[in-house]
Ligand binder design. Structure first.
Ligand SMILES: [Fe+2]
Length: 293
Protein backbone atom coordinates (compact mmCIF):
# COMPACT_ATOMS: atom_id res chain seq x y z
CA UNK A 1 0.00 0.00 0.00
CA UNK A 2 1.36 3.45 -0.89
CA UNK A 3 2.44 5.72 1.98
CA UNK A 4 -0.21 8.39 1.37
CA UNK A 5 -2.92 5.71 1.47
CA UNK A 6 -1.62 4.44 4.82
CA UNK A 7 -1.49 8.02 6.17
CA UNK A 8 -5.04 8.67 4.94
CA UNK A 9 -6.27 5.49 6.63
CA UNK A 10 -4.62 6.47 9.93
CA UNK A 11 -5.96 10.01 9.54
CA UNK A 12 -9.53 8.80 8.97
CA UNK A 13 -9.27 6.34 11.86
CA UNK A 14 -8.17 9.09 14.27
CA UNK A 15 -10.77 11.47 12.90
CA UNK A 16 -13.61 8.98 13.53
CA UNK A 17 -12.27 8.05 16.95
CA UNK A 18 -11.59 11.53 18.31
CA UNK A 19 -13.62 13.98 16.22
CA UNK A 20 -16.68 11.96 15.17
CA UNK A 21 -16.08 12.60 11.49
CA UNK A 22 -14.70 10.54 8.65
CA UNK A 23 -12.46 13.33 7.38
CA UNK A 24 -8.70 13.69 6.91
CA UNK A 25 -7.22 15.37 10.02
CA UNK A 26 -6.06 18.51 8.15
CA UNK A 27 -9.71 19.15 7.25
CA UNK A 28 -10.77 18.73 10.89
CA UNK A 29 -8.21 21.40 11.84
CA UNK A 30 -9.20 23.62 8.89
CA UNK A 31 -12.91 23.47 9.84
CA UNK A 32 -12.07 24.26 13.46
CA UNK A 33 -10.08 27.36 12.42
CA UNK A 34 -12.72 28.41 9.89
CA UNK A 35 -15.47 28.20 12.47
CA UNK A 36 -13.46 30.08 15.05
CA UNK A 37 -12.09 32.91 12.90
CA UNK A 38 -14.22 33.34 9.76
CA UNK A 39 -17.74 31.90 10.09
CA UNK A 40 -20.50 34.27 11.22
CA UNK A 41 -23.29 32.52 13.06
CA UNK A 42 -25.13 35.40 14.76
CA UNK A 43 -28.45 36.82 13.55
CA UNK A 44 -29.06 34.25 10.86
CA UNK A 45 -32.41 33.10 9.47
CA UNK A 46 -33.85 29.71 10.32
CA UNK A 47 -32.46 27.87 7.27
CA UNK A 48 -28.91 29.00 7.98
CA UNK A 49 -29.24 28.34 11.70
CA UNK A 50 -30.45 24.79 11.00
CA UNK A 51 -27.65 24.30 8.46
CA UNK A 52 -25.16 25.34 11.14
CA UNK A 53 -26.77 23.37 13.96
CA UNK A 54 -27.74 20.12 12.22
CA UNK A 55 -25.60 20.27 9.06
CA UNK A 56 -28.73 20.34 6.88
CA UNK A 57 -31.96 22.21 6.48
CA UNK A 58 -35.11 21.88 4.43
CA UNK A 59 -35.26 25.10 2.42
CA UNK A 60 -38.19 27.42 1.95
CA UNK A 61 -37.49 27.40 -1.78
CA UNK A 62 -39.86 25.65 -4.17
CA UNK A 63 -38.33 24.68 -7.53
CA UNK A 64 -41.57 23.23 -8.94
CA UNK A 65 -42.15 26.06 -11.45
CA UNK A 66 -38.59 25.75 -12.73
CA UNK A 67 -38.91 21.97 -13.11
CA UNK A 68 -42.18 22.37 -15.04
CA UNK A 69 -40.96 25.28 -17.17
CA UNK A 70 -37.99 23.29 -18.49
CA UNK A 71 -39.78 19.95 -18.24
CA UNK A 72 -36.55 18.66 -16.76
CA UNK A 73 -37.37 14.98 -17.02
CA UNK A 74 -39.14 14.81 -20.35
CA UNK A 75 -39.46 17.03 -23.39
CA UNK A 76 -36.31 19.11 -23.22
CA UNK A 77 -33.95 16.48 -21.92
CA UNK A 78 -32.10 13.53 -23.32
CA UNK A 79 -31.73 10.59 -21.00
CA UNK A 80 -28.38 8.90 -21.15
CA UNK A 81 -27.73 5.63 -19.47
CA UNK A 82 -24.37 5.61 -17.69
CA UNK A 83 -24.75 2.30 -15.91
CA UNK A 84 -27.60 0.07 -14.87
CA UNK A 85 -28.39 2.00 -11.73
CA UNK A 86 -27.97 5.68 -12.54
CA UNK A 87 -29.42 7.70 -15.38
CA UNK A 88 -28.59 11.34 -16.04
CA UNK A 89 -31.09 13.84 -17.42
CA UNK A 90 -29.41 16.27 -19.78
CA UNK A 91 -30.96 19.63 -20.55
CA UNK A 92 -30.97 20.60 -24.22
CA UNK A 93 -27.84 22.76 -24.81
CA UNK A 94 -29.82 25.69 -26.20
CA UNK A 95 -31.70 26.06 -22.90
CA UNK A 96 -28.68 25.82 -20.62
CA UNK A 97 -27.89 29.53 -20.25
CA UNK A 98 -31.56 30.48 -19.77
CA UNK A 99 -31.99 27.73 -17.21
CA UNK A 100 -28.88 28.75 -15.29
CA UNK A 101 -30.11 32.36 -15.14
CA UNK A 102 -33.52 31.28 -13.86
CA UNK A 103 -31.93 28.96 -11.33
CA UNK A 104 -29.62 31.70 -10.05
CA UNK A 105 -32.56 34.12 -9.71
CA UNK A 106 -34.21 31.60 -7.39
CA UNK A 107 -31.01 30.89 -5.46
CA UNK A 108 -29.59 34.40 -5.14
CA UNK A 109 -31.26 35.34 -1.83
CA UNK A 110 -29.97 32.09 -0.30
CA UNK A 111 -26.50 32.62 -1.79
CA UNK A 112 -26.45 36.07 -0.16
CA UNK A 113 -27.40 34.54 3.22
CA UNK A 114 -24.70 31.89 2.78
CA UNK A 115 -22.11 34.54 1.95
CA UNK A 116 -23.04 36.29 5.15
CA UNK A 117 -22.60 32.98 7.01
CA UNK A 118 -19.37 31.79 5.33
CA UNK A 119 -18.16 35.39 5.27
CA UNK A 120 -16.67 34.95 1.78
CA UNK A 121 -18.17 34.65 -1.76
CA UNK A 122 -20.37 31.63 -2.49
CA UNK A 123 -20.68 30.09 -5.97
CA UNK A 124 -23.05 27.67 -7.64
CA UNK A 125 -20.61 25.30 -9.29
CA UNK A 126 -22.47 22.41 -10.80
CA UNK A 127 -25.88 21.08 -11.77
CA UNK A 128 -26.78 17.47 -12.29
CA UNK A 129 -30.16 15.80 -12.55
CA UNK A 130 -30.22 12.06 -12.24
CA UNK A 131 -32.18 8.93 -11.42
CA UNK A 132 -30.96 6.19 -9.12
CA UNK A 133 -32.57 2.81 -9.57
CA UNK A 134 -33.32 -0.14 -7.36
CA UNK A 135 -30.81 -2.92 -6.95
CA UNK A 136 -31.09 -6.06 -4.87
CA UNK A 137 -29.79 -4.60 -1.64
CA UNK A 138 -31.10 -7.35 0.66
CA UNK A 139 -28.94 -10.03 -1.00
CA UNK A 140 -25.95 -7.68 -1.41
CA UNK A 141 -25.66 -5.81 1.87
CA UNK A 142 -21.98 -5.07 1.23
CA UNK A 143 -22.51 -3.74 -2.27
CA UNK A 144 -22.03 -0.01 -2.71
CA UNK A 145 -23.45 1.12 -6.04
CA UNK A 146 -24.23 4.79 -5.56
CA UNK A 147 -22.86 5.92 -2.19
CA UNK A 148 -25.44 3.84 -0.33
CA UNK A 149 -23.18 3.42 2.73
CA UNK A 150 -22.85 6.07 5.43
CA UNK A 151 -19.86 8.35 4.83
CA UNK A 152 -18.62 11.95 4.81
CA UNK A 153 -17.47 13.48 1.51
CA UNK A 154 -13.77 14.35 1.69
CA UNK A 155 -13.90 18.15 1.38
CA UNK A 156 -13.53 21.08 3.73
CA UNK A 157 -16.75 22.61 5.03
CA UNK A 158 -16.79 25.25 2.23
CA UNK A 159 -18.20 22.56 -0.08
CA UNK A 160 -21.91 21.79 0.22
CA UNK A 161 -24.92 20.63 -1.76
CA UNK A 162 -28.57 21.35 -2.41
CA UNK A 163 -30.85 18.47 -3.38
CA UNK A 164 -34.11 19.19 -5.19
CA UNK A 165 -36.75 16.49 -5.45
CA UNK A 166 -37.62 15.93 -9.12
CA UNK A 167 -40.72 14.02 -8.07
CA UNK A 168 -42.61 13.34 -4.85
CA UNK A 169 -40.21 11.28 -2.75
CA UNK A 170 -41.52 8.98 -0.03
CA UNK A 171 -39.75 6.53 2.28
CA UNK A 172 -40.06 3.91 -0.50
CA UNK A 173 -38.23 6.05 -3.05
CA UNK A 174 -34.73 5.83 -1.53
CA UNK A 175 -34.52 9.35 -0.09
CA UNK A 176 -31.16 10.74 0.97
CA UNK A 177 -30.39 9.56 4.54
CA UNK A 178 -28.71 12.06 6.84
CA UNK A 179 -27.35 12.01 10.37
CA UNK A 180 -27.60 15.37 12.08
CA UNK A 181 -24.33 16.84 13.35
CA UNK A 182 -25.96 16.73 16.79
CA UNK A 183 -26.39 12.94 16.54
CA UNK A 184 -23.02 12.05 15.03
CA UNK A 185 -21.47 10.79 18.23
CA UNK A 186 -24.52 8.65 19.04
CA UNK A 187 -24.51 7.31 15.47
CA UNK A 188 -20.84 6.29 15.61
CA UNK A 189 -21.30 4.55 18.95
CA UNK A 190 -24.61 2.88 18.07
CA UNK A 191 -23.39 1.57 14.71
CA UNK A 192 -19.85 0.85 15.94
CA UNK A 193 -18.74 2.85 12.90
CA UNK A 194 -15.23 2.03 11.69
CA UNK A 195 -15.52 2.94 8.03
CA UNK A 196 -18.07 3.15 5.21
CA UNK A 197 -17.70 -0.59 4.62
CA UNK A 198 -17.45 -1.50 8.29
CA UNK A 199 -20.37 -0.60 10.55
CA UNK A 200 -23.42 -2.27 11.98
CA UNK A 201 -26.57 -1.32 10.07
CA UNK A 202 -28.72 -2.30 13.04
CA UNK A 203 -28.73 0.93 15.04
CA UNK A 204 -31.49 3.19 16.28
CA UNK A 205 -33.19 4.35 13.07
CA UNK A 206 -34.51 7.39 14.96
CA UNK A 207 -31.06 8.87 14.36
CA UNK A 208 -31.68 9.03 10.60
CA UNK A 209 -33.32 11.98 8.86
CA UNK A 210 -34.79 10.99 5.48
CA UNK A 211 -35.12 13.66 2.83
CA UNK A 212 -38.66 12.86 1.75
CA UNK A 213 -40.82 15.59 0.27
CA UNK A 214 -42.90 16.96 -2.56
CA UNK A 215 -41.67 17.47 -6.11
CA UNK A 216 -39.78 20.77 -6.18
CA UNK A 217 -38.94 20.78 -2.47
CA UNK A 218 -35.31 21.28 -1.54
CA UNK A 219 -32.71 20.64 1.13
CA UNK A 220 -29.27 22.11 1.78
CA UNK A 221 -26.68 19.90 3.47
CA UNK A 222 -23.03 19.67 4.30
CA UNK A 223 -21.80 16.30 2.98
CA UNK A 224 -18.45 16.71 4.72
CA UNK A 225 -19.94 17.42 8.17
CA UNK A 226 -23.01 15.15 8.05
CA UNK A 227 -22.81 11.40 7.70
CA UNK A 228 -25.10 10.53 4.80
CA UNK A 229 -25.95 7.88 2.26
CA UNK A 230 -28.32 7.30 -0.62
CA UNK A 231 -31.38 5.23 0.23
CA UNK A 232 -32.12 2.32 -2.10
CA UNK A 233 -35.45 2.98 -3.84
CA UNK A 234 -38.07 0.30 -4.38
CA UNK A 235 -38.07 1.46 -7.98
CA UNK A 236 -36.25 4.74 -8.62
CA UNK A 237 -35.59 8.24 -7.26
CA UNK A 238 -35.11 11.40 -9.37
CA UNK A 239 -33.09 14.27 -7.92
CA UNK A 240 -31.34 17.48 -8.90
CA UNK A 241 -27.97 17.84 -7.21
CA UNK A 242 -26.46 21.31 -7.00
CA UNK A 243 -22.90 21.71 -5.75
CA UNK A 244 -21.99 25.04 -4.16
CA UNK A 245 -18.81 26.30 -2.57
CA UNK A 246 -17.58 29.24 -0.53
CA UNK A 247 -14.38 30.27 -2.29
CA UNK A 248 -11.66 32.87 -1.71
CA UNK A 249 -12.35 34.81 -4.89
CA UNK A 250 -13.30 38.37 -5.74
CA UNK A 251 -16.94 38.44 -6.84
CA UNK A 252 -16.35 41.68 -8.75
CA UNK A 253 -13.85 39.88 -10.97
CA UNK A 254 -15.39 36.42 -10.98
CA UNK A 255 -19.16 36.09 -10.51
CA UNK A 256 -21.64 33.23 -10.65
CA UNK A 257 -22.44 33.95 -14.31
CA UNK A 258 -18.80 33.28 -15.24
CA UNK A 259 -19.32 29.62 -14.35
CA UNK A 260 -21.01 27.14 -16.67
CA UNK A 261 -22.75 24.89 -14.16
CA UNK A 262 -23.11 22.12 -16.77
CA UNK A 263 -19.32 21.69 -16.98
CA UNK A 264 -17.63 19.52 -14.38
CA UNK A 265 -15.67 22.57 -13.05
CA UNK A 266 -13.19 20.28 -11.41
CA UNK A 267 -10.64 23.08 -10.85
CA UNK A 268 -13.17 25.05 -8.75
CA UNK A 269 -14.38 22.05 -6.77
CA UNK A 270 -10.80 20.92 -6.09
CA UNK A 271 -10.19 24.24 -4.29
CA UNK A 272 -12.26 22.76 -1.47
CA UNK A 273 -10.13 19.60 -1.41
CA UNK A 274 -6.66 20.80 -0.41
CA UNK A 275 -3.95 18.17 -0.18
CA UNK A 276 -2.29 17.81 3.24
CA UNK A 277 -1.81 20.10 6.24
CA UNK A 278 0.17 22.85 4.53
CA UNK A 279 -2.28 23.34 1.65
CA UNK A 280 -5.21 23.24 4.10
CA UNK A 281 -3.64 26.01 6.19
CA UNK A 282 -2.84 27.97 3.01
CA UNK A 283 -6.51 27.76 2.01
CA UNK A 284 -7.58 28.92 5.46
CA UNK A 285 -5.25 31.94 5.20
CA UNK A 286 -6.60 32.79 1.72
CA UNK A 287 -10.16 32.69 3.06
CA UNK A 288 -9.19 34.73 6.09
CA UNK A 289 -7.60 37.37 3.86
CA UNK A 290 -10.71 37.75 1.69
CA UNK A 291 -13.40 37.55 4.40
CA UNK A 292 -15.99 40.31 4.24
CA UNK A 293 -15.76 41.48 7.86
FE1 LIG B 1 -21.55 11.57 -0.36
Amino acid sequence: MKLYKILLKVSLYLSIKFFNLRLPLPYVLYNFLYKKFILRIQNKNEDILNFEKYGFSKLNIDFLDLIEKYDLKKRKVVQKKINNHRTYFFLDKKYEKLFQNDLLKILNPLIKDLEDYFNIPVYLISYRAFRIEHFNYMDNKDLEIYANKFHNDGYVMNYFKIFVNLEDISHDDGPLHLISKMNTKRFITASNYKNRDNYNEKFDKELIFKNTGKKGSSLIFSPSLCFHKAGVPNDHRDTIQLVLAALPKDKKKFCNNDINIFDDNHELISLTKPYGFINSIKLFIKNFAIKYI
